[in-house]
Ligand binder design. Sequence first.
Ligand SMILES: *[C@@H]1O[C@H](CO)[C@@H](O)[C@H](O)[C@H]1NC(C)=O
Ligand SMILES: *[C@@H]1O[C@H](CO)[C@@H](O)[C@H](O)[C@H]1NC(C)=O
Length: 541
Amino acid sequence: MLKQMGRTSQTMLIILYVLKTVEAFEMEIIPASKAVAQIGETLILTCNTTGCALPKFSWRAQMDYPLGGKVYNNKTYSTLTMNPVSAESSNTYLCTVLCNKEKKEKNVQVEIYSFPSDPVIETSTSLVVGETATVICKIHDVFPSDHLEILLKKEEHILHRKTFYGDVSTKTETKTVAYSFNLTTEDNGKEITCVARLQIADMDFEPKERLTSLKLNANFGPQNTFINASPGNSSMEGHSLKLTCVTESNPPAQVVWRKHLANETIQHFIENNVLSIPHAHFTDSGQYICEVINPVTNKTEKAAVNIVIQAPPKNTTLTVFPSSSVKEGESVTISCTAAAVPAVQIILEKKIGDVTTTLKTEDGKYTIDKAQPKDAGKYECTFTNKFGSHSLDIELDVKVPPQNITVLVYPSENVKEGENVTITCSTYSNPPSQMILKKVNQDKEIILPAVNGTFTLYNVTKNDTGRYLLDVFNEVGNNIKVIEIAVVGKLEKPNQIMPLIIAFSCVTAIAIPVVAILIYVSRKAKINGSYSLVKALRLKV
Ligand SMILES: *[C@@H]1O[C@H](CO)[C@@H](O)[C@H](O)[C@H]1NC(C)=O
Ligand SMILES: *[C@@H]1O[C@H](CO)[C@@H](O)[C@H](O)[C@H]1NC(C)=O
């Protein structure tokens, strides 16, 4: 059986060989019947013959359109080269071959397309959440565009679909679709895809679908900004504190730290959104503000936190306004203040001798509307919290001008020549008063100061008759008393003639003993032991 099959094959080969040697005239077009070419490329149509020694070729386009290519004739074949292929190249090409008298022809249909590149996606310059975002997809050099379909997708969701079925296209075109939508935070990082399809039935080319994707970079924020304080908003002095500014922003926000009412920039260690205070001091208490800015949108947001550093009372003060020494009747305010350290209790007490009175303060302030001598004394402010206690005190002095003045003239306002006159003056003042006696209508201004509160005039003469002004004064006021002295006839008993004395004794009654001011003049007068008023007064002049 095998032997028989072998013999049959042998016979077949012989027949084929005979056929070849006596080959008939044949032709073919390559590619056969149909060619698909892209605009811009090169297309070669080959018209090949067998069984003809000297074939004659001719090429023709249907409807006698120009060939749009170059013909190269070879011995047994001819080529039509279209370089480049254009939109007009779409036609049916006919190759006719003459061999001796025998004529054969075949045609090939050339189909043209253009779909050379992937779509190009563009978006609006800056994509900001809450604003309209526009996505533009461009398909360059497409033909025939009436077969084009463009899809815009966000992830798997189709945003927009467009076809150009009605278009009449004679050349390559750039087709564009644009789609606008309101950008949300969720869109950030999502993929936008532009799919372009050039669907032509029975046309064989690749690719028929091209796509390009881009990830949305949605700028947003800053938003939901807050400060996280670690270990908490309240920390013990000496402990560490870390403030972190948390915000949502794309691109990441730039952070600026500030402290409320602090002029200088914060000295603490700042690394972008973290502010570290390694050893908190009570002065680190206060409001901290972090301001964040989105570098693309320039939008800003702020967050603030109040930090309290716990410490014993600090920066305590006790002040008296206008002064710790005031005039009777003036208003005086005593203020106790301490730095903003938590839970400081302020107690103001008045201490006179063993008597302690707690005063009712308002924000550490105590006001005496009209100061009286009884208000003078020691005021003590005590600052206390659970970390410590501290006291300050101050002495308040209430000054009183001379008052309740009584003047006693001894023996009387009417005296005889050669007698002594004593004036006793009592007053109440703080500080002690000084006293000066002036004689009115004197040729020259003559002033007689008190000697230990006493004016002593010896051996008065008629010239001493007149009106005297007794000026009682201290630094906060004065009071003037008028005294009329009349010196009449001489004493009758010559034996009893003694130096006449007018003694002014003025005692200032105050809490503090009287200190009379000795002035040069008075001392001089005293040294003389006995002198006339006129003489004493002249010394002063
Ligand atoms: C023409 O056809 C012959 C026989 O099939 C083949 O050997 C030859 O390569 C072809 N020539 C061209 C240019 O295609
Ligand atoms: C943001 O501010 C910068 C600098 O001031 C400026 O150049 C930029 O144009 C601003 N951007 C916007 C979106 O306003």
